[in-house]
Design a protein around this ligand. Structure first.
Ligand code: UT7
Length: 325
């Protein structure tokens, strides 16, 4: 077992966008969005860059951990909506912080935080790093088709991070899975204008398309499977796990998993009402909120399950030992 989470931090754009505001330019309603998803509003970048949010979340996580940027041996950022195609978002953060450790990104869409945490775990376990910043930074608003009411109402922008330190009781379990299905949730890349291309550059815009119902079914089935397998393989009964932080795509998905597994809602984090789905930032954003609200006590267990484009599903069980200073 290789790490302890010693700090958390997050940052949101200033601009709140309510469901009613979306209905000014889309054929939708507050009632539809609230009852079908649980989302009431989301934060959308207007003046802020993703670099700004990522820097702010990182500084808060470092302050909460009581360490400075020079104490970091590694920065791993999960993102699929970075400000730069290159360098990595993590490099922009390193530059802003004045850190000089290795910094790179992990691309695993909404499951990205759990993938990034597992990458950091590997570095710590192998003795290649003592302290790592694991960050998720997502500006989903830049990949939305703002004329598609079935997707753009669901997402928001945010960054959130944890600092992990070598040694400790986490993780108690980790599993990453990919069940390939690109068309289920896809953002095509930008083709450019190479004169050597055999066909004219594809006209498909670089915006998100999603088969909502099949992703919904995938999520309920696979998140439930993850938690059942976590229980079987660790020998820790779901009844004895203190908190569940699932990817915040839709409150109905979370409710369906709770019903399936008999989990009381009081142990399951739900924070999407005011932020929407912020992709890989959902899980660390919830952790930071819970930690700062004093809802996580030392020694408690927290199950984290991400799912999304890939299709990926990623889960880990951590023992909480941190608390913001
Ligand atoms: O981060 C991981 C990725 N995202 C997800 O995990 C999302 C997973 N999927 C979902 O959460 C749900 O499938 C959605 C929220 C996307 C859609 O909810 P749904 O209950 O599955 O609705 P639906 O797609 O079956 O659509 C039902 C109706 C349709 O109208 P008709 O064909 O019945 O006339 C849609 O056109 O709702 C319509 N609709 C809307 N109406 C008002 C779709 N979006 C909207 C909207 N406002 N924003």
């Amino acid at each position: 077992m290789s790490y302890t989470i010693i700090g958390t931090g997050s940052a949101l754009p200033a601009r709140r966008v309510t469901n009613v505001e979306l209905s000014d330019f889309l054929d939708t309603s507050d009632e539809w969005i609230r009852t079908r998803t649980g989302i009431r509003e989301r934060r959308i970048c207007t003046a802020e860059s993703l670099d700004d949010l990522a820097e702010e979340a990182s500084l808060r996580a470092l302050a909460s951990a009581g360490i400075g940027p020079k104490d970091l041996d590694l920065i791993v950022c999960s993102t699929t909506t970075a400000d730069h195609l290159m360098p990595a978002e993590a490099c922009a953060v390193a530059e802003r912080l004045g850190a000089s450790c290795p910094a790179f990104d992990v691309s695993a869409a909404c499951s990205g935080f759990v993938f990034a945490l597992d990458v950091a775990d590997g570095y710590l376990e192998r003795g290649r790093a003592q302290r790592a910043l694991v960050l998720s930074a997502e500006k989903c608003s830049r990949i939305m088709d703002w004329t598609d009411r079935s997707t753009c109402v669901l997402f928001g922008d945010a960054a959130a991070a944890v600092v992990v330190s070598a040694g400790g009781a986490s993780p108690l379990w980790t599993r990453l899975r990919t069940i390939p299905n690109v068309a289920a949730l896809d953002v095509p890349g930008v083709d450019g204008a190479s004169p050597l291309a055999s066909a004219p550059a594809a006209a498909a815009p670089s915006v998100l398309s999603m088969k909502g119902r099949s992703v919904y079914r995938f999520a309920v089935t696979e998140v439930s499977r993850e938690l059942r397998d976590m229980e079987d393989e660790t020998g820790i009964a779901l009844a004895d796990i203190d908190h569940f932080v699932l990817h915040q795509a839709n409150e109905r998905i979370i409710e369906a998993v709770c019903t399936h597994l008999g989990l009381e809602r009081s142990r399951v984090a739900v924070n999407l009402a005011t932020t929407g789905n912020v992709s890989s930032a959902c899980i660390p954003l919830a952790l930071d909120g819970m930690s700062r609200a004093g809802e996580l006590a030392p020694g408690e267990t927290v199950a984290l399950v991400g799912f999304g484009a890939g299709l990926d599903v990623a889960s880990t069980l951590v023992r909480w030992e941190a608390g913001p200073s």
